[in-house]
Design a protein around this ligand. Structure first.
Ligand code: FAD
Ligand code: NAG
Ligand code: NAG
Ligand code: NAG
Ligand code: NAG
Ligand code: NAG
Ligand code: NAG
Ligand code: NAG
Ligand code: NAG
Ligand code: NAG
Ligand code: NAG
Ligand code: NAG
Ligand code: NAG
Length: 786
C-alpha cells in the first residue's frame, strides 16, 4: 500500500535531462522535460530568479484523469501542480502532497497563486495543456529554489475521473494509477530576458480553454427558498455515526420525540443497503467482516465523505461502516489522565457497562469458535513472548496495555459487522417517537442569540429546509470530528477567521450577525494516531490468504459465512500488541496491529497512541470542505524520540530473533517521518470544565455560550485513547446521553412527533455550488491494519 504521491522517490542521477523548447501557442521558450509517455513539463524563469516561474504541463488525455507535477522530489510535503480537463476547459489547483490516505489538500499558505496563460491552456482530442504563472512558488521548503543549477521534480498521472472536476479547490482524485516518476530539469538554462513579457500573458480570467485558479468560487449565488418542515421534535441529532445513533436511541427511550438526521444512505442489508456481494445478494459489502480491508477498492465507494480533511464514513453508521472493526475497550487511564471532572473512569464506568451489554466486541468472531488464517499469529506470538510480552484477552482485560498481546478484538456479532447500526438502531426504530431520515445533510444550527431553534438541512436534491425543535428542545451534533466543526462554523461558532471564511465563501450559508458569533476554539486540539509500518520477511512457513481469497471466496468459505463462520467472518487483523514507555514527558502508549500481507511476510502497523503530545488544527475552506491547517501528527520532539526508541527496540529484537528478518535499512530514524494517518481523529470541539479558551463544550457536552446545542461525537474527546477510537466514542456517547437526559427537556410536545399547522417559508441564500455532487477525498488503493 502506498499513500498518495508517496512513490516519487528520488534515485539520484538516473533521469533524462531537459532541453530547450519553444511552444508555438505561446511563444515561450521553456527548459522542458519530455518523457516517453508524452508527458512534458517546462519551466521558464527570469534572468534574476526570485519566487515566480512560468510552467507548462502537457499530458496525454482522453478527457478524464489528471496530471500532476510536484515541485520537489520529496515523498511528502511538496507543492503539487495538478490540472485536469473539465469538458472543454482545464482546471488546475495547487496542492500539497502529504502522508496519509487522502487526495492532496489545497495548499493554503498566503502569497502563492497560479494564473493561467490562456493560449497555452487547452484540451484537444489527444492532450491537455496547462501553461501558468506560478507566483511565489519557488524557494519554499516545499519547492525548488530558483537559483539551483538543476532540480529534480516528480510527475504523476491518474486515469480515473476527477471527482467534482469543476472546482479547483474541492476536486479530488485517486491514486496515480497512470504512472509516476522523477525527472531532472536544468534550471540554470531556463532563464530568459523575455520572461516579463511572457508572464504578462497570465490572466486571472476564465475563457474558452481557460482555467481557474485555486479557491475561486465556481458558481454564482442564487437564492433558494428554504421551506420550514411542518414537523418539530424535542431532540434533533445531526449524524448517524456511532455517537449519534447511541445518543438518539437513549434520548428516545425517555419518550421524547427524536429526529436522527444522516447525510448518507443506508448501509447494511437490513437497513436497506443494497451494495451486495457478487456471491451473496442478501448481504452487503458493509456486513461482511473480511471486506473491511477491501472496502476502498470495492465496487461501491460512495460511503466515504467527500468534503472533509481526511477519510471518514458518510453513510448510515459513519465510521463504523468503513472501519476495520477493531474494538479496543478503553483503559481507565484513557479517561483519568485528561478528561475533566465528571468524566473520569469511575464516572463513566456504568455507561461503559451499558454499552458492552449491547455491543461487547469479541476476540473470537467465527461462530464455530475456530480461528482462520493464523500465520501472522503463529509467527508473532512466539516472537513477542520471547521478548517478555504476555498473552491477554483484549476484551476481558482492557487495562492491560503494557507488554501484552491478544487476538484482535473486533466489533463483530453473528459473523457480521456489528456496531450501533446493529446493536442500537433496531431498538430506536421500534419506538414510534423516533424517526431516522437519510440523505439529509445538516448545514447549520439555526439560532437566535444563545438559543437554538432548529437546524437547516440540505436534501440530496439540493433543496434546503428548516426543521425546528419544540420550545425547550435540544439540538445534538454527532457528525464526527471532521464534520461537526463545519456545522459549528456555519452556525457562527468558532474562531473568527473560520467564520469569516464561511461568510466570504461560496456555500451561501446564512450566518448570524457578527455580534452573535461565539468565539470558541473549534478545530483546535485536533489529534490522531500516526501509524508506522514495518514489514518483515519471516523464516517461518507463513502462508496467508490473499486478496483473491476474500474478494472471490471459495464455495466452502461462502458456505461457512452463511453459518456465521470462517475467514469471511473475521476482519483483517491477526495479532495485536500493546506497550507503553515512560518518558520525561509522560507515559506514551503504542499499539501494534499485525497481519501477514503476503506469503513469507508479516507486517506490524505501529500506532503511537495515548500520551502523544502532538496536535493540529482543522479549518474550513471557502468551498465548505474541512481541511487541516496544521497537521496533527508528530510535531513534538518527545513524540519523535519515543517512536524512534520503540521502533529501534523492536528492530533489535527482530534482528536477534530466528523468525523475523527486517531489511538492513530499516531503523527508527528512517521510519519516524514516514507515517500514515490512523483515521482516529478526535478533539476538534474539546470538552472542558470551564470556558477558558481551550474548550468548546462543557461537561454536559453543551456548547459554551448556547442554551441548547450539544456535541457528542469524537470531537469532544480532549485526549487520544490507547486503542482505535470507536469503543471509547461509544462509551462517551452513552455517558453524554445520561448527562443530556439529566438536564431534562422542558419541551411539551413529547411522546409523538409534533406537527405544525402549515408550512411556512423563509428565504435562505445558497449557491448551486452547495448542490454540487460531493467530491471524493480518498484514494482507491488497499489499506491494511487500521
Ligand atoms: C478508514 C477508517 C478505518 C477505521 N478503523 C477503525 C477501527 O478498526 N476501529 C476503531 O475503533 N476505529 C476505527 N476508525 C475510527 C472510527 O470509525 C471513528 O473514530 C468513529 O466512527 C467516529 O465516530 P463518530 O460518531 O464520532 O463520527 P462518524 O463515525 O464520523 O459519524 C458521523 C456521521 O455523521 C454523518 N454526517 C456528517 N456530517 C453530517 C451532516 N452535516 N449532517 C448529517 N449527517 C452528517 C456522517 O455521514 C456519519 O454517519 C476508522 C476510521 C476510518 C475512517
Ligand atoms: C489563491 O490562494 C492564495 C493563497 O491562499 C490566495 O492568496 C489567493 O487569493 C487565492 N486566489 C484566489 C483567486 O482565490
Ligand atoms: C493567442 O493566440 C491568438 C491566435 O493565435 C493570437 O491572436 C493572440 O495574440 C494570442 N494571445 C497572446 C496573449 O499571445
Ligand atoms: C494536442 O495538443 C498537443 C500539445 O500541444 C499536441 O502535441 C497535439 O498534437 C495536439 N493534438 C491534436 C490532435 O491537435
Ligand atoms: C540560493 O538562494 C538561497 C536563498 O533563497 C540562498 O540561501 C542560497 O545560498 C542560494 N544559493 C546559491 C547557490 O546562490
Ligand atoms: C491573480 O489573482 C491573485 C489573487 O488576487 C493575485 O495575487 C495575482 O497576482 C493575480 N495574477 C495576475 C496575473 O493577475
Ligand atoms: C437574495 O435574496 C435577498 C432577499 O430576498 C436579496 O436581498 C438578495 O439580493 C438576493 N441575492 C441574490 C444573489 O439574488
Ligand atoms: C406535513 O408535510 C408532509 C410532507 O412533508 C405532508 O405529507 C403532511 O400531510 C403535512 N402535514 C400537515 C398537517 O400539514
Ligand atoms: C506451509 O504451510 C502450508 C499450509 O499450512 C502447507 O500446505 C505447506 O506444506 C507448508 N510448507 C512447508 C514447506 O512446510
Ligand atoms: C448470505 O448470507 C446470509 C447471512 O450470513 C446467509 O443467511 C445466507 O444463507 C447467505 N446466502 C447464501 C446464498 O450464501
Ligand atoms: C518535555 O516537556 C517539557 C515541559 O513539559 C518541555 O520543556 C520539553 O521540551 C519536553 N521535551 C521534549 C523532548 O519534548
Ligand atoms: C524478503 O524476501 C523477498 C522475497 O523473497 C526478497 O526479495 C527480499 O530481498 C527479502 N528481504 C530481506 C530483507 O531479506
Ligand atoms: C409542506 O412542504 C412540503 C415540501 O417541503 C410539501 O410537500 C407539502 O405539501 C407542504 N405542506 C403544506 C401543508 O403546505
Amino acid at each position: 500500500m502506498r499513500s498518495f504521491f508517496t512513490s516519487l522517490a528520488l534515485v539520484a542521477g538516473t533521469y533524462a535531462q531537459s532541453s530547450a523548447y519553444t511552444d508555438a501557442n505561446t511563444g515561450i521558450t521553456f527548459q522542458r522535460y519530455l518523457d516517453s509517455e508524452g508527458v512534458s513539463f517546462g519551466i521558464a524563469i527570469p534572468e534574476t530568479p526570485a519566487s515566480d516561474f512560468i510552467g507548462q504541463m502537457v499530458a496525454p488525455s482522453n478527457g478524464s484523469g489528471y496530471a500532476g507535477v510536484s515541485l520537489a522530489s520529496e515523498m511528502t510535503g511538496s507543492l503539487l501542480v495538478v490540472a485536469w480537463p473539465n469538458n472543454d476547459s482545464v482546471v488546475a489547483s495547487l496542492r500539497e502532497t502529504r502522508s496519509g490516505y487522502t487526495s492532496p489538500g489545497v495548499y493554503t499558505a498566503s502569497g502563492l497563486s497560479m494564473s493561467p496563460i490562456l493560449n497555452g491552456t487547452f484540451v484537444n482530442s489527444t492532450h491537455m495543456a496547462y501553461t501558468f504563472l506560478c507566483s511565489g512558488c519557488m524557494g519554499l521548503t516545499l519547492s525548488f529554489a530558483g537559483n539551483s543549477t538543476s532540480i529534480t521534480l516528480g510527475w504523476a498521472l491518474g486515469t480515473q475521473s476527477v471527482t467534482n472536476p469543476s472546482s479547483a479547490s474541492t476536486a479530488s482524485f485517486t491514486y496515480h494509477d497512470g504512472g509516476f516518476g522523477n525527472f531532472g530539469l536544468t534550471l540554470s538554462s531556463a532563464t530568459s530576458a523575455s520572461y516579463a513579457s511572457w508572464a504578462a500573458m497570465a490572466t486571472n480570467g476564465t475563457g474558452s480553454g481557460g482555467s481557474i485558479s485555486n479557491s475561486t468560487c465556481t458558481s454564482t449565488a442564487t437564492n433558494v427558498t428554504a421551506t420550514v418542515s411542518n414537523s418539530t421534535y424535542d431532540y434533533i441529532v445531526a449524524g448517524a455515526g456511532p455517537a449519534g445513533i447511541i445518543v438518539a436511541e437513549r434520548l428516545a427511550e425517555s419518550g421524547k420525540s427524536v429526529l436522527l438526521l444522516e447525510r448518507g444512505q443506508a448501509s447494511t442489508y437490513v437497513t436497506g443497503g443494497r451494495s451486495t456481494m457478487a456471491w451473496n445478494d442478501t448481504i452487503t459489502q458493509y456486513d461482511v467482516p473480511s471486506m473491511a480491508y477491501y472496502l476502498s477498492t470495492a465496487s461501491d465507494t460512495s460511503e466515504y465523505c467527500t468534503d472533509v480533511a481526511s477519510m471518514a464514513g458518510c453513510i448510515l453508521g459513519g465510521g463504523t461502516m468503513v472501519n476495520a472493526m477493531m474494538f479496543v475497550r478503553p483503559q481507565e487511564a484513557d479517561f483519568n489522565d485528561k478528561w475533566p471532572a465528571g468524566w473520569k473512569f469511575p464516572d463513566v464506568k456504568a455507561s461503559a457497562d451499558r454499552l458492552y451489554e449491547r455491543n461487547p466486541g469479541t476476540t473470537l468472531s467465527s461462530d464455530d469458535k475456530q480461528r482462520y488464517d493464523q500465520s501472522a499469529w503463529d509467527v508473532l506470538s512466539p516472537f513477542f513472548r520471547s521478548i517478555g510480552y504476555r498473552e491477554i484477552d483484549a476484551i476481558q482485560s482492557p487495562n492491560e496495555k503494557t507488554r501484552v498481546f491478544s487476538h484482535p478484538p473486533w466489533d463483530i456479532q453473528d459473523g457480521l459487522r456489528a456496531g450501533p447500526v446493529k446493536s442500537y438502531l433496531p431498538l430506536a426504530k421500534a419506538m414510534s417517537n423516533f424517526k431516522l431520515t437519510l440523505n439529509t445533510k445538516v448545514v447549520r444550527a439555526v439560532r437566535n442569540g444563545s438559543t437554538i431553534s432548529g437546524v437547516e438541512v440540505e436534501h440530496s436534491t439540493g433543496a434546503r429546509q428548516i426543521i425546528n425543535i419544540n420550545p425547550g428542545g435540544k439540538v445534538i451534533l454527532a457528525s464526527g470530528s471532521m464534520s461537526t466543526p463545519r456545522i459549528l462554523y456555519n452556525s457562527g461558532i468558532g474562531p473568527t477567521d473560520q467564520i469569516t471564511t464561511v461568510a466570504n465563501g461560496c456555500t451561501g450559508i446564512r450566518l448570524p450577525s457578527q455580534a452573535d458569533w461565539i468565539n470558541l476554539p473549534v478545530g483546535k486540539n485536533l489529534r490522531d494516531h500516526p501509524i508506522f509500518t514495518m514489514t518483515f520477511n519471516t523464516t517461518a512457513n507463513a502462508t496467508s490468504l490473499l486478496s483473491t481469497d476474500f474478494l472471490s471466496p471459495s464455495t466452502s468459505n461462502i458456505d461457512l459465512f452463511a453459518k456465521g463462520s470462517g475467514p469471511l467472518a473475521q476482519s483483517g487483523q491477526r495479532f495485536n500488541f500493546w506497550t507503553s514507555m515512560s518518558t520525561a514527558n509522560g507515559t506514551r502508549y503504542f499499539q501494534g496491529t499485525c497481519n501477514s500481507p503476503a506469503a513469507g511476510q508479516v507486517r506490524i502497523k505501529l500506532y503511537l497512541t495515548h500520551g502523544a503530545t502532538s496536535s493540529g488544527v482543522l479549518g474550513i475552506t471557502s468551498d465548505g470542505a474541512t481541511e487541516f491547517t496544521t497537521n496533527p501528527w508528530m510535531n513534538t520532539d518527545a513524540d519523535k524520540t519515543a517512536v524512534i526508541t520503540l521502533i529501534d527496540s523492536l528492530l533489535d529484537a527482530a534482528r536477534n530473533s530466528s523468525s523475523l528478518i527486517p531489511s538492513s535499512t530499516m531503523s527508527g530514524a528512517s521510519l519516524v517521518s514516514n507515517y500514515i494517518t490512523g483515521d482516529h481523529f478526535v478533539g476538534t470541539a474539546m470538552m472542558g470544565s470551564s470556558n477558558d479558551g481551550t474548550a468548546v463544550v462543557d461537561t454536559d457536552t453543551k456548547v459554551f455560550g448556547t442554551d441548547n446545542l450539544f456535541v457528542v461525537d469524537a470531537s469532544i474527546h480532549p485526549d487520544l485513547p490507547t486503542g482505535n477510537t470507536q469503543a471509547i466514542i461509544m462509551v462517551v456517547a452513552e455517558h453524554a446521553s445520561s448527562k443530556i437526559l439529566a438536564l431534562g427537556n422542558s419541551a411539551t410536545n413529547s411522546s409523538s412527533i409534533a406537527t405544525a399547522p402549515k408550512n411556512s417559508t423563509c428565504k435562505a441564500s445558497t449557491t448551486s455550488g452547495s448542490r454540487r455532487q460531493p467530491k471524493r477525498r480518498m484514494t482507491t488503493f488497499m489499506r491494511y491494519g487500521v
